[in-house]
Ligand binder design. Structure first.
Ligand code: GLU
Length: 510
């Protein structure tokens, strides 16, 4: 593939970035990096009515959090800027006029009221009004007027739009890298507005003009844009840019966990999982939607799980770093059918990526977590802790939940466990266990294990009963890490203290 691959992620700042949008950004990024090309961020903010404050910053921060840094964009700059369409406003009119001059577009002066009335009249007849080749010549536009009249209307400030003029009964052949060849007859299409009465271009005109001016080679975007493709291709033809037309790839939908229908914000609310990369507070309703970042996901896990929604590496491999994704990514391996989002699998990805964090990096997170819980811990102790807790956590915020037993002696004892596990003879047995441990030297995992096991065997006690009771004394509940690990971490003195304490308290409580 040639070296000048240029792709763009072109979101409209109308709200937070859904993971579907993030996937579009990711696939563009991977494709660009794989081929040594450029990944461009273009903000498509021409529709002022849909503009949401904070949405652009949200998009940029999401990309940064995931490590998908644009090579060119509003923050980075670049040789094809500006990268916000609102800042390119003055540029689009000339392109719309060029199409009018070449007979591919026309001025339309129909007022919103006239069009509403037409829609109503059609509705009453059980038909749908479509502004197309069949009706355009009976409407109020430059195709039905003398040029002098058109000129006069424009000069007197009469509002107008510019519409694309499809050639009727033409087969529009479209090549899509995911869908293959798609053919549409132009007679099924309406004369879309390219330029609005407020002086702004519509999405279609601005998008195609900018892709051309920014020398975009591949348009990789969501399937919801496939219906716009016939118009976009027709625009390339009308501008005489066919030889410069990018290659298109429309990505399949991300489906609900049930597999039926497109994944929505509501599914996240119902299922208790985030569908946005970062937390989002709606500026109007002030409703807060959870984000992957705030829920404790690692960006690496997020990228990994999203990459596999639609892209199939063709092997059994499921865990990928960003570098591995770049290496392995191929647009040809993006499937046609929608991929089901699985919230449980997302947690699994995070668990797996936590296992991939180096012990050094994890130590830092452990230290922070400990300090925020008022525990000061030296590096040697952290090193002991890491192999014990790492396999047990799926999220960094679970560190404390999986490690408080190492630092805080129980002051109460789970009643259900006491009732089930604390028998009449238990205190006596625990005292004997305490005695045996007193003479255990050194107090390592192995020596503690052999002392405990030897005592159990010697006395012909049941292993389960002893371990459950001992756990109750050390942790206060039926949870926590392996007891030999815990005991050796705590040290002999603390173990004996916790045991004596528990034997006393549990007896008193009974
Ligand atoms: N502005 C469009 C969006 O919000 C861009 C679609 C495209 O990539 O062409 O998704």
């Amino acid at each position: 593939m040639n070296q000048n691959i240029r792709v763009r992620f072109a979101p409209s700042p109308t709200g937070p970035l859904h993971i579907g949008g993030l996937r579009t950004a990711l696939f563009n990024y991977l494709f660009a990096k794989k081929h040594g090309g450029s990944f461009i961020l273009r903000i498509e903010d021409t529709d002022q009515t849909r503009y949401v404050p904070g949405a652009e910053e949200y998009i940029q921060e999401s990309l940064e959090w995931c490590g998908l840094i644009p090579d060119e964009g509003p923050r980075q700059g670049g040789g094809f800027g500006p990268y916000r369409q609102s800042e390119r406003k003055s540029l689009y009119r000339q392109y719309a006029l060029r199409l009018v001059d070449a007979g591919h577009a026309y001025y339309a002066f129909d007022t919103p009221e006239e069009l509403d009335k037409l829609r109503n009249d059609y509705d009453l007849r059980g038909e749908t009004f479509v502004y197309d080749a069949g009706v355009r010549e009976s409407l109020n536009n430059s195709l039905t007027m003398a040029p002098s009249q058109v000129e006069q209307l424009i000069e007197s400030g009469t509002p107008y739009v510019i519409r694309f003029q499809f050639v009727p009964e033409k087969e529009i052949v479209m090549e899509d890298m995911v869908r293959g060849e798609v053919v549409v007859n132009s007679s099924t299409l309406d004369d879309k507005i390219l330029f609005k009465s407020d002086g702004m271009p519509t999405y279609h005109l601005a998008n195609v003009v900018d892709d051309n001016l920014m020398a975009i080679t591949h348009v990789i975007r969501g399937e919801e844009w496939l219906p716009s493709l016939p118009l976009h291709i027709s625009l390339y033809q009308a501008f005489d840019w066919e030889h410069l037309m990018p290659t298109f790839a429309h990505l399949p939908l991300i489906m609900k966990p049930t597999g039926k229908g497109k994944l929505s914000k509501r599914d996240g609310e119902k299922g208790g999982f985030p569908v946005f990369p970062l937390e989002w507070k709606d500026p109007v309703t002030t409703q807060v939607s959870p984000g992957y970042r705030e829920e404790g996901y690692l960006p690496e896990a997020c990228i990994n799980l999203i990459a596999l929604l639609g892209w199939n590496p063709g092997t059994e491999q499921e865990l990928f770093t960003l570098e591995e994704l770049i290496e392995g990514f191929q647009l040809e391996k993006v499937g046609k059918s929608g991929s089901r989002f699985d919230p449980e699998k997302s947690k699994w990805f995070n668990h797996q990526h936590i296992q991939m964090i180096s012990d050094n990096d994890l130590s830092r997170a452990v230290k922070v977590e400990m300090e925020s819980n008022g525990v000061t811990i030296d590096d040697a102790k952290i090193r002991l802790l890491i192999p014990i807790i790492k396999p047990r956590i799926s999220f960094l915020h679970e560190i404390w939940d999986q490690s408080w037993f190492f630092f805080v002696a129980p002051d109460k004892y789970d009643e259900a466990v006491v009732n089930k596990r604390w028998k009449e003879e238990t205190p006596e047995k625990m005292k004997l266990l305490g005695e045996a441990l007193k003479s255990c030297e050194p107090f390592t995992v192995e020596s503690v294990e052999s002392v405990v096991k030897a005592l159990i065997e010697d006395r012909q006690w049941g292993m389960g009963a002893i371990m459950n009771a001992w756990r109750l004394l050390l942790v206060g509940a039926a949870k926590g890490p392996g007891l030999f690990d815990l005991a050796s971490f705590l040290g002999k003195e603390e173990v004996i203290d916790r045991m004596n304490n528990g034997i006393e308290k549990i007896v008193v409580n009974k």
